[in-house]
Design a binder for this molecule. Structure first.
Ligand code: AR6
Length: 169
């Protein structure tokens, strides 16, 4: 049975008034396209200023900043793997993104967190596999964690929405 604290939402993650939204960033943490660009535009220039103090982020790791002009209080920046065939630890790296983001949320006392489909855009991760890793890793984390109340997967395409729907049904 699907974990009751998981929800699926079609829309724009920058609009969500949750404790933290997760950014699918790159290793520089200095902004980019896709959801990263949308988050920086909505949060305003103070987000970039804080990101400049962080010294980047390795794939699979996560770092937290304030949310500035976003309705979300915090942004958890993580760096997904670039898909290059699946033999360069891409599944482990993607699972680490979810695990380390959730750990950071929990350590900071955050109860509601929203994820985009990390690596499913510019980084070209196969959608069905990425969705399975997202749902499995999050479900496993929540099994041992009572402090997080709700995890929302925010999706932006029909294909990604359908992949998550199958897993959460
Ligand atoms: N809300 C929710 N989902 C969104 C939004 C939004 N506002 N905008 C895009 N998506 P991507 P990646 C979806 O490319 O594959 C950046 O340049 C999008 O449709 O944002 O991890 C970074 O700086 C897709 O399904 O992230 C990195 O260089 C998903 O979010 C690189 O892209 C992720 O697509 C990271 O690539």
């Amino acid at each position: 049975m699907a974990e009751a604290r998981l929800t699926l939402l079609r829309g724009d993650i920058t609009k969500l008034a949750v404790d933290a939204i997760v950014n699918a960033a790159n290793t520089t943490l200095l902004g980019g396209g896709g959801v990263d660009g949308a988050i920086h535009r909505a949060a305003g220039p103070e987000l970039l200023a804080e990101c400049k103090t962080l010294g980047g982020c390795r794939p699979g790791e996560a770092k937290i900043t304030r949310g500035y002009l976003l309705p979300a209080r915090f942004v958890i920046h993580t760096v997904g793997p670039v898909w290059s065939g699946g033999h360069r630890s891409e599944p482990e790296t993607l699972a680490n993104c979810y695990r380390n983001s959730l750990r950071l949320a929990s350590e900071n006392g955050l109860r509601t967190i929203a994820f985009p489909a990390i690596s499913c855009g510019a980084y070209r991760y196969p959608i069905a596999d990425a969705a399975r890793i997202a749902v499995q890793t999050t479900t496993e984390f929540l099994r041992d964690n009572a402090s997080i109340a709700e995890v929302t997967f925010v999706v932006s395409t029909d294909e990604i929405e359908a992949a998550y729907e199958r897993l959460l049904a």
